[in-house]
Design a protein around this ligand. Structure first.
Ligand code: AMP
Length: 190
């Protein structure tokens, strides 16, 4: 099965994706992690995107879609991907649909983690002390939240039409959220 998970920065996408990947034997494909790796490895792409990421803007649809295609076209990951942080725009959602069709796959569930801006600020500041991400400070966190809000509504509408969308309250404890997500996925497993 393939699953999409999205939510604002600090919603717990990464944490919950790890949980789902372990429990259901899926591969966690985080575009944020892939992009940060490019920066860490000082690649050409890394140097092009570092200022965009550090300012809280989104990188281009083309760049992330190219990164995604490498995995969707690889049989090792066929029907075993959790898309963490992708799609984030309507163009990306449509692109993912086309890409999956081309490789004879589909999305089985779309999870939206909902959290308030207040919670986002609190969690980002906590994470800042642990992970030292360049884009984890209050000003950039607000910017990233705004970017999310600005782009995500057409994505939500897109997935509402397919009946795949499940909204999960991301304000509660990590284990509680995991339990809810685990139950939702169990319910669609054959
Ligand atoms: P994340 O780790 O998901 O919070 O992503 C960190 C940053 O990477 C974002 O603020 C964007 O700059 C960039 N990024 C990650 N995924 C995407 C995406 N699907 N589309 C555009 N930019 C992305």
């Amino acid at each position: 099965m393939n699953i999409v998970i999205f939510g604002p920065p600090g919603a717990g996408k990464g944490t919950q994706s790890k949980f789902i990947a372990n429990k259901f034997n899926l591969y966690q494909l985080s575009t944020g992690d892939l992009l940060r790796n490019e920066i860490k490895n000082k690649t050409q792409l890394g140097s092009e995107i570092s200022s965009i990421i550090n300012s809280g803007e989104l990188v281009s649809d083309e760049i992330v879609s190219n990164l995604i295609e490498k995995f969707v076209s690889n049989d090792t990951y066929k029907n075993q991907i959790i898309f963490d942080g992708y799609p984030r725009t309507l163009i990306q959602a449509k692109n993912l649909d086309n890409l999956l069709k081309k490789h004879k796959q589909k999305i089985d569930m779309v999870l939206k983690l909902s959290v308030s801006l207040e919670t986002v600020k609190k969690r980002i500041l906590e994470r800042q002390t642990q992970e030292k991400r360049a884009d984890d400070n209050e000003e950039i966190a607000i910017k990233r939240y705004e970017m999310y809000e600005k782009n995500i509504n057409p994505v939500i509408d897109f997935y509402k039409q397919t009946n795949l969308l499940k909204v999960v309250n991301g304000e509660t404890a990590i284990s509680e959220i995991s339990n809810e997500i685990g139950g939702l996925i169990e319910s669609i497993k054959g």
